[in-house]
Design a protein around this ligand. Structure first.
Ligand SMILES: NC(=O)c1ccc[n+]([C@@H]2O[C@H](COP(=O)([O-])OP(=O)(O)OC[C@H]3O[C@@H](n4cnc5c(N)ncnc54)[C@H](O)[C@@H]3O)[C@@H](O)[C@H]2O)c1
Length: 333
């Protein structure tokens, strides 16, 4: 099976692709390489904007996965206009040309951020969605656009992921557990903006498993699925990171607890993914921290701007040089 992954050089794609290659899939990536290229050398690389692809570029692919766009709130807030283009229009355009080229399945990287702010409710895929901030609104727009293209011969699967964390060669320290871990190491303090806020979190190993299950699901299946390793309050996540770091390094980690109002507060049920996709997560916050610890020799400077999407994005918006030199090979079809 041949799979085209848009945005495949990012955090999720860099972890997913080696696993798909292991399973025998042939992978090509289309990406702007904002954060460099940590992909295996046997991946076909197209260095392009999604909007520069044509229907003819899609031919020969069995499935297309969208992992591109502006992938967090700080980027979306910095450039709301670009956010709506890259997060809403790009997945719609890519699905449109994929369907025209008779690709069989399209998988969309949605987000639990579509749920917005709620108090103490467990959200299923049928619950109302209500984001009030650019990132959440645009992820929902992208999702709605691609889902309505689903037909019996064009399967569309949207994975509403919780906040992903864990070690990946294309590293990010701007994601919940990773950020807490980094602050614990560097400052001896974990900053908590609001301990009462609920968040579904997702270990990268469970995230890649969800994509694998979606790719390998029965041919005609379409649908939206919540994907998470678990739900915790941010206060509890901080306690778990603190515990693990203290046990490993034998030093006391302080908590800096604030009570700042947040626009997001939600927890999700993964029953549908469980039953329909056979998605059964295995990881926990503590196992994520253990994986971060066991890869510590690979990070170098924890403040490398490449580890923080917003820093790279601001440079791109200024027209500056961003990622290190790319190791790219033009796709060979
Ligand atoms: N990381 C998370 O916690 C999380 C949670 C829920 C949903 N998501 C969604 O999952 C997807 C992947 O997240 P990530 O953390 O891997 O993101 P990332 O920011 O690490 O990577 C995104 C990649 O997309 C590329 N890209 C962006 N716009 C492009 C375009 N127009 N054409 C070609 N390439 C483009 C960038 O160069 C980058 O390599 C995103 O759509 C994100 O919104 C992420």
């Amino acid at each position: 099976m041949r799979i085209l992954i848009a945005g495949g050089a990012g955090y999720v794609g860099s972890a997913l692709i080696p696993k798909l290659i292991d399973r025998g899939y042939k992978i090509d990536v289309v990406d702007l390489f904002w954060f460099g290229n940590s992909l295996p050398s046997d991946v076909g690389v197209i260095e392009k904007d999604i909007f520069d692809l044509q229907v003819s570029d899609m031919s020969g692919f069995d499935q297309v996965i969208f992992l591109a766009g502006l992938s967090n709130d700080p980027m979306a807030d910095f450039s709301p206009a670009k956010n709506f283009v890259f997060n809403a229009a790009a997945p719609a355009y890519l699905a449109y040309i994929a369907k025209k080229a008779k690709v069989q399945r399209y998988i969309y990287a949605s987000s639990c951020s579509v749920y917005g702010y709620t108090v103490n409710e467990l959200f299923s895929e049928d619950s109302p969605v209500s984001s009030s901030y650019p990132y959440g609104i645009s992820k929902l727009q992208g999702e709605e656009a691609v889902m309505q293209m689903a037909t019996p011969d064009f399967s569309v699967i949207a994975l509403r992921k919780g906040t992903v964390s864990g070690y990946i060669p294309r590293m990010r320290f701007d994601l919940l557990v990773n950020t807490m871990f980094k602050c614990a190491l560097e400052e001896g303090v974990i900053h908590v903006t609001n301990p009462a806020i609920w968040r579904p979190f997702l270990a990268i190993e469970d995230a890649t498993m969800a994509y694998t299950r979606a790719i390998e699901a029965s041919e005609s299946l379409s649908g939206i699925f919540n994907i998470a390793s678990g739900n915790h309050t941010v206060g509890e996540v901080a306690d778990l990171v603190k515990l693990e770091v203290e046990e490993e390094f034998g030093k006391r980690i302080a908590l800096d607890i604030k009570h700042i109002q947040d626009l997001r507060n939600y927890k999700v049920s993964i029953d549908k993914a469980n039953t329909v996709l056979s998605f059964h997560p295995h990881q926990s916050v503590r196992s994520i921290v253990r994986s971060l610890i066991s890869n510590m020799d690979k990070y170098g400077d924890l403040n490398n701007p490449l580890y923080y999407n917003i820093r790279v994005f601001k440079e791109i918006e200024k027209g500056g040089q961003t990622a290190p030199p790319l190791v790219t090979t033009e796709v060979n079809r």
